[in-house]
Design a protein around this ligand. Structure first.
Ligand code: RIB
Length: 298
């Protein structure tokens, strides 16, 4: 069984479905409200577990009702929480999400996620040394992200860096990752480039292998040489929240099948994930992914 360690955030998502996005100073009536588990780290952990991996999550939750619900959800997905800290003096992370017009807007308040430390990452050394891959995103402090990249590199465990939300990072950090998985906007910010620059040119300039996500248009990947395209899979979009997380998880889980196969499965898993409401709502299980894959290959 593939072993994955995820280092990242755990949030409660406060999701409002609305006919359109609200402007400054404006009030409108929404269609639906729900409270569902989210956070880029937890989402990636759940997606990887549903795809059949043995998963451990390194992160932090608060001592509040959300924290208890988030922990219960992760336990029910079979995720190893031995490195998930519960802090006494702090709340859990939240994300206020508006879903409208097939898009989303998200405001994250990190709370407990802001207290994940390099020491906590180091204490997951045994898990990381046994893992086939590590996933890390940027909703936790950057020193913990750096510690993950350095530890994975030292132990010879490939680290997939999902640079979301976007921030500029030192170039030498990027070289420590096996793959960096931005969208076009994140790649430009990562490289300190013009946001309008052609993404293929940015991929060529990146100092590390890049797997670039393009939403419904699929993904581009470049290990060495020229960028290669994987087309997206056509679905009806209900909520795109968590699509990137599903993509990253599938990439990590199927990396041992080779990059091209892993990116194809990641595109399909991400497409399936957007067909239901909530970041984790549409994340496919392995059987569903396999079934859809054979239908698309037929
Ligand atoms: O990537 C989607 C996630 O981003 C949401 O679940 C939300 O919690 C934010 O962290």
């Amino acid at each position: 069984m593939t072993r994955i360690v995820v280092v990242g955030s755990v949030n409660m998502d406060l999701v409002t479905q609305a006919p359109r996005f609200v402007g400054p100073g404006e009030t409108i009536l929404g269609d639906r409200f729900l409270t569902v588990p989210g956070g880029k780290g937890a989402n990636q952990a759940v997606a990887a577990a549903r795809l059949g991996a043995e998963v451990a999550l390194v992160g932090a939750i608060g001592n509040d009702a959300f924290g208890a619900q988030l922990r219960d959800g992760l336990v029910s997905e079979g995720i190893d929480l031995s490195q998930l800290t519960q802090l006494d003096d702090c709340g859990s992370g939240t994300a206020s999400i508006t879903v409208a017009e097939g898009e989303n807007q998200i405001i994250v308040v990190p709370a407990a996620n802001a207290r994940v430390t390099p020491a906590q990452v180091e204490s997951a050394q045994a898990l990381i040394s046994r893992a086939d891959a590590v996933l890390v995103q940027m909703e936790i402090p950057l020193d913990a992200v750096e510690a993950t990249l350095r530890l994975g590199h030292r132990l010879g465990t490939p680290v997939i860096l999902n640079p979301a939300p976007a921030q500029q990072l030192p170039t030498d950090w990027l070289r420590l990752a096996r793959y960096v998985t931005p969208n076009q906007h994140e790649l430009a910010i990562l490289l300190g480039a013009d946001l309008a620059e052609d993404f293929r040119e940015l991929m060529r300039r990146a100092p590390c292998p890049v797997v670039l996500t393009r939403g419904g248009e699929g993904a581009w990947y470049r290990d060495a040489g020229e960028p290669t395209h994987q087309a997206g899979f056509k679905v009806s979009v209900v909520d795109s929240t968590g699509a990137g997380d599903t993509f990253n998880a599938a990439l990590a889980v199927f990396l041992h099948e080779g990059l091209a196969a892993a990116v194809r499965k990641a595109c399909l898993a991400a497409a399936l994930s957007v067909t239901r409401l909530g970041a984790q709502g549409g994340m496919p299980r392995l059987a569903e992914l396999d079934r859809q894959l054979s239908e698309h290959s037929a």
